[in-house]
Design a protein around this ligand. Structure first.
Ligand SMILES: [Fe+2]
Length: 710
């Protein structure tokens, strides 16, 4: 058997040197390879092999490593690489001495062992041995077993899930993003005690609450991002997984910045322009250096000088025998902004009476009176509000055009000497009625609540739909036109049994019905999170409409830090659906915990009686009310991962869940680690877009109509 290294993918020129001998014994070099080794992007004939060398004696110079490949872990015989026993792989200083090789000419469905050698004046030092496996050949009927994971916050949390997973025999692992978190302990969702990430280059990072005991940072410099990957890989359980199973990765937001869209961060909720293409490019460079990823095109050479988004394109697809086409998307680089800006002024009218009546036969119940503040009462209210802008913490420029009259009155009431009286009830009755950001759920002037989270469903749906039509379908774009076309073409063209979508954020709508909540303005149906597909529901509907025409489409989803399962469909016809299986985070704070923290951090919600109880009972709200009939399973309080076993007849997904409290403790070497996990199993049968769950030993079908398994 002969293997050849055709190119060294992405990280510097292909090695022109060949085997420079095997003089001298191999010495234990683990100290020179502190992140160990990793493999990724397995295909029937190729795989990416990765390592990074660290040696103070290299100073600023590049290194040349030797790569060895063998069919056995003892390396009793070496497989030839381009006709030689070893090949040279560059580890260039400009790429932090990360080294990657794309080894071609391999046999399908075959396990290989690999290691790198760092030659110093005092000897030849060898890396830990990595194990990898190629994909089955295109005509193979092989059964597959793989895992998918996401969200592995390092701060105060441990990778017990990876240690448990390492006991399983897996063909590969799909990583759906949040491999790192760019912040070193953001208290609104991260732990601030226990093990921590820190930055050597603090000056290059974005600081928060600097100089206080609550100080934390977000990565911005290349050094910051690289340091995160190194810190995360300091975890032995994570290294072990990479040493033994190839990984197929995409990214979500935190590889760059929380709730990112394109090159935009969202830390300051619209108080400042957070677009930073250079920061995005640095984040992308570190990801590409440290992750065992190939690139979509064969002739790609990574050029860190290219500006975002031309620097890298990561969406790509994989074939595993006759039964799997795995399509990995990138839902962060090319997506549009959240529809409701974080800095949206709650009083700004977004749909006038005329616009509403053009869409609907009558005004919706939520419609509220508004004034043209520039002309109303000769501009007296405009004068009063502009004067109050800094006291009430909004931009005076928002006091223009149509403003919600009730909001205007609420603001006037806060002022000691407004100079104008509240608009009277009698006058309110005479005004035109429309919808302002306030009726979409936006209560604060600079806030994530009402922008990315907790948005009023009915008014948001209406406004989003009108917007979508008006823009010719340009708003609500998750993929960008080019990727979406590629995605749909690839899914439609796939001949394999299962068409699996490695999808970074939740498709299945997550709505809570607070209609009976005693306190206005919370007595509505709310979307929990419109940073995900719920914020792009018209586009989602189009995409699901097309996917529902195909057979055996299953979305494998991460991001949300919860286990869900369901049958997301089009807006108008729930029978046009696919199956979605959502896996929880390896270690990150669960969805339920994040909600409790978000309620506590938001000045309006934290002052609302009952709000934190609602956050703590989120699964009851999701599942107990019939609000989410497409959602068959909700477990928002536990961590873990999903394994999938499939063949030409069925796909069985096992959810491996552990209590969130277990992630606070290092159980990775504990003898009873397995006992900390419980499992639940779901199944999809070929030719049927139904979701089945194993209940007391029998497979039951989820029936959205009865909101139950039958
Ligand atoms: Fe996450």
């Amino acid at each position: 058997m002969t293997a050849s290294v055709a190119t060294v993918s992405g990280l510097g020129p292909a090695g022109c040197g060949k085997d420079d001998g095997d003089e001298g014994p191999l010495l234990d070099g683990a100290a020179y390879f502190p992140q160990s080794v990793a493999s990724g992007d397995p295909r029937a004939e190729s795989v990416i092999l990765w390592t990074r060398v660290e040696d103070p004696e290299l100073a600023d110079s590049d290194a040349e490593l030797q790569l060895e490949l063998s069919a056995d872990p003892e390396f009793t015989s070496l497989l030839e690489l381009e006709g030689e026993a070893r090949t040279v792989v560059p580890a260039q200083a400009q790429f932090d001495r990360c080294a990657k090789a794309k080894v071609r000419g391999l046999e399908p469905a075959t396990t290989y062992y690999y290691r790198f050698i760092h030659t110093r004046a005092d000897g030849r030092y060898v890396s830990p041995v990595g194990r990898t496996k190629t994909a089955p050949a295109a005509d193979s009927d092989a059964k597959l077993r793989f895992a998918y994971v996401s969200c592995q916050d390092f701060n105060g949390r441990y990778y017990n899930a990876y240690a448990h997973m390492a006991t399983m025999d897996l063909d590969f692992i799909v990583h759906l993003g949040d491999y790192i978190y760019e912040t070193t302990g953001d208290p609104t969702f991260q732990k601030t005690s226990g093990r921590a990430t820190t930055f050597t280059d603090k000056a290059g990072a974005i600081g928060f609450k600097v100089g206080t005991d609550k100080e934390y940072y977000a990565a911005s410099s290349l050094s910051n991002y690289r340091e995160l990957y190194r810190t995360y890989r300091s975890d032995a359980a994570l290294r072990k997984i990479h040493e033994t199973v190839p990984m197929i990765c995409t990214w979500d937001d935190h590889e760059f910045s929380d709730d990112a869209h394109g090159a935009n961060a969202t830390y300051f909720d619209g108080r400042e322009d957070e677009s930073d293409p250079d920061r995005r490019r640095r984040a992308n460079q570190a990801w590409f250096e440290y992750m065992p990823v190939d690139y979509q095109t064969e002739d790609f050479e990574y050029d860190p000088e290219q500006a975002f988004p031309g620097d890298i394109q990561i969406y790509r697809d994989f074939t595993f025998g006759k039964h799997v086409r795995l399509v990995m998307t990138d839902l962060r680089s090319h997506r549009t902004d959240h529809l409701i800006p974080e800095q949206a002024f709650p009083g700004t009218v977004v749909l006038t009476e005329a616009e509403l009546l053009a869409e609907l036969s009558e005004l919706p119940e939520a419609a509220s009176p508004y004034i043209d503040v520039d002309t109303f009462a000769g501009g007296a209210y405009k004068t009063a509000l502009v004067a109050a802008a800094s006291e009430l913490d909004f931009d005076p420029a928002v006091i223009t055009g149509n403003l919600d009259a009730v909001h205007v009155n609420n603001l006037i009431a806060k002022l000691a000497d407004p100079g104008v009286a509240a608009i009277s009830d009698a006058e309110l009755m005479t005004l035109e009625r429309g919808l302002a950001y306030r009726q979409l759920g936006k209560l604060g002037n600079y806030a994530a609540i009402g922008s990315r989270y907790l948005v009023v469903k009915d008014t948001f749906d209406l406004w989003a739909r009108i917007n979508y039509k008006k823009s010719g379908g340009k708003t609500q774009d998750a993929m960008g036109a080019e990727q979406q076309q590629w995605f749909l073409d690839t899914m439609k063209g796939a001949k394999e049994t299962w068409k699996l979508w490695g999808n970074e954020y939740c498709l299945v709508p997550l709505v809570i019905d607070l209609t009976n909540f005693p306190i206005a303005p919370f007595n509505h149906k709310f979307y929990m999170n419109v940073d995900q597909w719920d914020g792009m529901r018209d586009r989602r509907s189009e995409i699901l409409g097309e996917l529902s025409q195909l057979q055996n489409v299953v979305a494998l989803t991460g991001d949300i830090h919860a286990f869900y399962a369901g049958v997301p469909g089009t807006n108008d016809d729930p029978s046009k659906h696919i199956v979605e299986l959502v896996g929880s985070g390896i270690s990150s704070g669960t969805f339920a915990t994040m909600l409790v923290l978000q309620v506590a951090a938001d000045p309006i919600l934290s002052a609302t009686p009952g709000a934190s109880d609602l956050a703590g009972n989120i699964d009851q709200l999701f599942r107990g009310t019939g609000t989410n009939r497409h959602l068959a399973h909700a477990d928002s309080t536990r961590n873990g991962f999903v394994t999938v076993e499939l063949d030409g007849a069925e796909l069985v997904a096992t959810y491996h869940a552990t209590e969130e409290a277990n992630t606070f403790v290092d159980l990775t070497t504990s003898a009873d680690l397995a006992s900390k996990f419980t499992t639940e199993r779901f199944k999809v049968e070929v030719g049927k877009p139904d979701l089945l769950k194993e209940i007391n030993g029998a497979w039951k079908r989820w029936d959205p109509a009865s909101n139950d398994y039958v």
